[in-house]
Design a protein around this ligand. Sequence first.
Ligand code: FAD
Ligand code: MG
Length: 321
Amino acid sequence: MVNLNYEYTQHLIGTTVSLMLFEPNETAVQAVFQTIKMLEDKLTVNRSSSEVMSINLAAGHHPVIVSRSVFSLIEQAQKISLYFNSCFNFAIGPLVKLWKIGFNGYQVPSAKLIREKLLLIDPKNIELDANTYSVFLRKPGMEIDLGAIAKGYIADVVKSILHQHQVYKGIINLGGNVLTLGSSLTDGNGYWHIGLRKPFSTNGKLSGIIKVKDKSVVTSGIYERFFIQNYRLYHHLLNPQTGYPLNNELESVTIISDSSLEGDIYSTIFYGWGVDKSRQYLQKHQNLSAIFLLKNKTAILVNPDNFIFQQIDTQYQIKTD
Ligand code: FAD
Ligand code: MG
């Protein structure tokens, strides 16, 4: 039996990044962590300077030329935001910064401040010029936030770096974004076993195990970045129409897909849509699968041909579409 013995971890992009391999490969590992640091330096909005911060700081003043990779991610984020505007919006930055959920200084803002920030989050007010790779936020105070998409993008880049170093088997974990490479050598059938957290469990309990081969598994949930005030829970997935956290039947959405970028995009969109609307979409997109964990302790599996779900927590009632 071959074991997944080689684990490399670093604290980056606000989470624990880990890489698990069957064989040691210092060169590949170094290239991976260097690239993640380089991408974090370009994409972060949690420090005073980065390419995205240069765009945000120039809002209302002038366009900013960025690197090709950042431009291309922004271009995709804008397309998705224009198409799925009711729940996915990469111009949501002013509201994310106002609430500060998951960061020091989190607060329930006044309704007046929320109304003011809602005027600054129209993705149509972001001008992209594909000839010069420049980005212009038309109104002062506008801010791009790629938090819902960047980890997926980075995970896919890491996979391509590992391939360049002839590493075709392993697991990349960017805190909620898990990407499995090839098939596993530890399971007789080649499946990777990915734990699905039971939302709000205090000691890291699992609701189940997701078994996949060569797939991405991305979860968006409300149990990692949240706070409670006056018996109400406020989490980090915001409704771009109201400016408040989305409020529905879900505790988490997990997407099983080929690319992690796709998984990141749809985990956020489906959280916003809720089960019924997401299900209709998934019926027409059989290459995407989803696991919805509901507040009433139902687990709904949609398009289950792409994975196996092994239930661990018997509190859940499992429904399969
Ligand atoms: P997802 O569900 O994938 O996305 C939620 C995030 O998207 C929210 O946190 C918000 O940023 C944004 N968002 C909220 N509502 C919407 C919406 N309706 N449409 C679109 N986007 C929305 N965390 C730290 O604590 N410290 C750090 O220094 C730090 N640095 C980071 C640097 C980078 C480059 C990246 C990519 C992330 C960093 N993070 C950091 C984490 C980041 O702040 C987010 O919390 C994280 O990306 C959310 O990922 P998720 O998978 O939990 O949620
Ligand atoms: Mg996402």
